[in-house]
Design a protein around this ligand. Structure first.
Ligand SMILES: [Zn+2]
Ligand SMILES: [Zn+2]
Ligand SMILES: [Zn+2]
Length: 276
């Protein structure tokens, strides 16, 4: 499984649009990995994770053609993860497409449905070029060799989800945006005999202790890692990634990659590609 981190920033991106804090000033001056667009990833160049406002910028930056992409998992309805106006651009009138192309299926919770399905049924666009499939916690969704298990996230939107994605014998836990998952949830995942080869964790709060229940910082990422290892959901070969950074977390990329800060967590950056 190949995962590419297209964007690794939280809601405002880094630098934040109007911000004059040191982290944002540094990002503007240094560029490169200090710049974080809004969070999005893609698996095997074919399964999109979230569709935020920087999707179009990602398509341009990474020379992607997403016209033939058939599935997109949406974690939740915050605008950094879901920008429905650009999903509408797949409709007749905005896009000329081969009529034989199958629809793009948006997979998400009932909260996502309330935003993207505005016309009843399962159509996102009137012409059915984009359709919606509802996901429910612990009910596997299967398509094209993928097995996806939605898990309820700890976050502040309606029915937020994180996803366990298995393909080709490898398994990813994509945990944005959420706090440490509750013990009961982890026990239930462990009972399913799942082992994570890659875990991408929310690190919005960086090195700060904002104590907003719904995101994590480096410290809580390490607690989460320990819990997963204790339950044998992960092990020595599991790659742990810290992702979804905010300038409010007070952690630049250069600072985050110092060993005493990340303690073995891989620090995501825009454009990072991993093969598991
Ligand atoms: Zn977010
Ligand atoms: Zn800032
Ligand atoms: Zn969010």
């Amino acid at each position: 499984m190949k995962i590419k981190f297209l964007g690794t920033g939280a809601s405002e991106g880094v630098p934040a649009i109007f911000c004059q804090c040191d982290i944002c000033k540094n990002a503007r001056a240094a560029g490169g990995r200090e710049i974080r667009t809004r969070c999005q990833a893609i698996i095997n160049d074919e399964l999109l994770l979230d569709f935020g406002p920087d999707t179009y910028a990602h398509i341009l930056r990474y020379s992607m053609d997403i016209t033939e992409i058939r599935y997109c998992l949406i974690t939740h309805t915050h605008s950094d993860h879901l920008y429905p106006e650009d999903i509408d651009a797949r409709a007749h009138g905005f896009a000329i497409l081969d009529p034989a192309l199958p629809p793009l299926t948006i997979i998400g919770s009932g909260g996502v449905r309330d935003i993207v399905v505005r016309r009843g049924g399962n159509k996102v666009t009137d012409d059915g070029r984009v359709i919606f499939r509802q996901a429910f916690p612990f009910e596997p969704v299967e398509f094209e060799g993928y097995r996806v298990i939605p898990i309820s996230a700890i976050h502040s939107t309606k029915e937020p989800l994180v996803y366990i994605v298995t393909h080709g014998g490898k398994t990813l836990l994509y945990a944005h945006d959420t706090d440490v998952l509750p013990d009961g949830t982890l026990y239930r995942i462990a009972e399913m005999g799942i082992f994570f080869d890659l875990v991408s964790m929310d690190c919005t709060e960086g090195i700060k202790h904002i104590n907003y229940r719904g995101h994590m910082n480096i410290e809580r990422d390490l607690i989460f890692r320990q819990k997963l290892c204790d339950l044998r959901l992960a092990g020595a070969d599991t790659v742990f990634v810290a992702n979804h950074f905010s300038h409010n977390g007070r952690l630049s990329y250069a600072h985050a990659v110092e060993d005493e800060i990340n303690r073995g967590l891989l620090i995501a950056y825009d454009g990072m590609e991993l093969q598991i």
